[in-house]
Design a protein around this ligand. Sequence first.
Ligand code: ADP
Ligand code: MG
Length: 693
Amino acid sequence: MNILKQPVTTLTGIGAQTASRLEKLGIRHLQDLLFHLPNRYEDRTRIYPIGSLIAGMTVLVCGKVEFTDVLPRGRKSLICKISDDTGSISLKFFHFTANQHNVLKPGTWLSVFAEVRYGFAGLEMVHPEYKVIANPDVVTTESRLTPVYPLTEGLSQAVIRKAVKQVLQFCSHDAKLLVDWVPETILRHHRYPTLADAIQTLHAPEESVSIEALQDGSVPALKRLAFEELLAHHLSLCTIKNKARAWQAPVFHSAIPETGHFLRSLPFKLTGAQLRVIAEIEADCQKPQPMMRLVQGDVGSGKTIVAAYTALLALVAGYQVAVMAPTELLAEQHLRNFSVWFAGFETNVVLLTGQLKGNQRKQTLEALADGSAGIIIGTHALFQERVQFHRLGLIVIDEQHRFGVHQRLALREKSQHTGFRPHQLVMTATPIPRTLAMLQYADLDISIIDELPPGRKPIVTSVIPGERRADVIDRINGWVGKKRQVYWVCTLIEESEVLQCQAAEKTAEFLTQALPDVRVALIHGRMKTAEKDAVMQAFKNHQIDLLVATTVIEVGVDVPNAGLMIIENPERLGLSQLHQLRGRVGRGEGDSYCLLLYQAPLSDPARQRLGILRDSNDGFVIAEKDLQLRGAGDVMGTRQTGQMQFKIADLSRDAELLDAIAQLSDTFFTESPHAIQPLCERWLGAATNYAEV
Ligand code: ADP
Ligand code: MG
C-alpha cells in the first residue's frame, strides 16, 4: 500500500488524541497532511537591522539589552529595550516572571521574532519569541520560511509542523509516492513545478520565494495545485455525465397531434429561442439515454412553457412528470399554470409540499403510486421522502441555482426508477459566465433562451434615497389609479425569516394607513399554504392593488399587470438576486418601473452596484459586471455553489485556469482514464461517492 494512505498515527509524535484533533481539519491520512497548506508564513531566514524596521513587519532581529524595567503605569508591564548598530526597539511583556526580569539584564544579546508595532515610545514588539544568544555573530537563521498552519483547538504549530516534515521526508526519499497526474506537457506549458516540488515549496519555501506571492496565491506552486484541484472537480462531474450515458431512459416519440393542439391553445406564439430549445429537448428525449439538460434563460424569458411542453411529451409516451420548485409559492403557481395548460388533456396535476398533511397527503401519494396523477409539482419535500412513482419519466427542476450541485445529484439518485432513469430538465435564470458554468454544470448539456417574448418594454429602474419615501408612496396612488398593480418588497435582515416577516407586517400596516384607497395585502414565507395561495390568487385576479412581500416572491411569481416594484434596502442583496426580484415586473404590455429605495448613506461599491442594475436589464451583463466587482466566489455564492468547496482553489483568484482545464479534461478521458479516479479521490475524498450516483 502507498504509505501516504496510512493513518497519521503511524507518524512519530501523533497519538490517538492528536489524530482526533487532526481529523477535525479533515486530516486522516499522511496524504491529507500534504494538502493541508499553511495559511501564512513567517520569515526567520534573515536578521533585519533594527533601524530598518517599520510597523507591520514580522521579523527576526538581534540586539543587546540596554535596560529592563517594570512599568507600573497603567497595566503593569515589563519593558526591555534592545539595540544594534542601527537603532533600538522596545520589547513589551504584560505577563512576566521575576526570572524573566533577571535574564533580560543589560548587556545580554537576544534574537527576537515578532511583529513590529507603534507603541508609546516608538516601535515595539509585544510578547515576542526570544532567545538569549552568546553574541550576534552566532545566530542561526532558518534556511526556509516557517509555515503557519490553520489549527484546531488543542493542536499546536509545533506538532503539525513536525508531522508535515516527516511526510515531506518520505516523499523526498521516494519520488514515486506522490504521483503526478498532470501531464508534463501541461506543466511545461504553464511553467508549473511538479507536484512534489509544489508541495515542498508550499510547506517549506526557500528564502528566495516571496511571502507576498505565497500569500496572494500567485506563486506557480499554488497555481499548480489550484489547477489540479479544479481539474479533479471538473473530471468528477464529467465522469457523472459519461456514466449517465450508459443508463437506459424511456423514449418519448414526437407527439404531433398533441403538441400541435397544445401550442394552438396557448394565448401566445413561442419565441424562436423557445422553439429552438424545445427542438433540442425533443431530440434528447427521443434517445434511450437520459436527457440531462440545463435551460438557461433570463427572468421572464418563458422557461415554464418549455418545461410544460416537455411534460407533454412524457405524458403522451405514458410517463409521469415531477416538477420541483424551490419555494411553495412557486410550486403553487406552477400548479395553477399547468392545470390550465393541461386542462384539455386527460391527466391529473397534483401538488405535494411539506405542508400537505393527513388524508390529503395520503391520497396524493396514492395517486402517484397508482399512476392516476400524471404531473406532480412540489418542493424538495417531493424527493426527501420515499415517494413512490408509478412510471416516472421526467424530472423538471426549476430555479436550479437555489439548489446545490450535490443536492441536484442526490435527487437524481432518489428518483431512480427500476430499469429506467428519468430524463432531467433543469432550469435556471441565473446566468453565470461560461467558465464557471463548466464547474457548476459540467454534467449537463446547456440550452440558452436568449430572447424575451415580444412586446416587453425594458424596466425603468431608479435608485432613490429613503428620505423620498413619501414621494414613492405618492407614486403608488397614481399607479393604482391607472388600474395597475404594485409590489413592495421588504428585504430587511435576510438571515432571519422571522424578522423579515415582522418587518413586512409593519410595512403593510403602515402602507394600509398611508394609502386608504389602495387594497393592500401581505405575503410572506411563514404564512400557511392556503393563506398564501388565497393572497396570490387575489392578486392575480386584481382584487389586490399592492402586495407587500418578503423576498419569497423572488422566484417565478408571474402577474403581468403588476408593473411597479419598490425594493426596500436593495443594498443588502446581491445583484443577481435583485435582478431576479425585479423580473417580477416588466411581464405585461405596459410600462414598468423598479424603485430601489436605499437607506442612506450608501457606500461607494453599493452605489456602483445599484448603478449597474439601473443601467442594464440584461441578466448576463449584470452577472459579468457583478463578477468583475465581487469576484467569482461571491457571485457563485454558497447558495449557488451548494456544497462545492475547494481546499486550495479560489474561484475569484483562479477562474482564469478554467479554460485550460476544460480542454485538458477532454483529453484525460481518452489518454489517461486511469488517472481520473485517483485524482478525484485525492481532491474530493469521500465526496467522490457522488460520482457513483
Ligand atoms: P421564466 O423564464 O422567468 O420562468 P415564465 O415562464 O414565468 O418566465 O414566463 C414569463 C411570462 O411570459 C409568463 O406570463 C408566460 O406566460 C409568458 N410567456 C412565455 N412565453 C411567451 C411567449 N412566447 N410570448 C408571450 N408571452 C410568453
Ligand atoms: Mg420561472
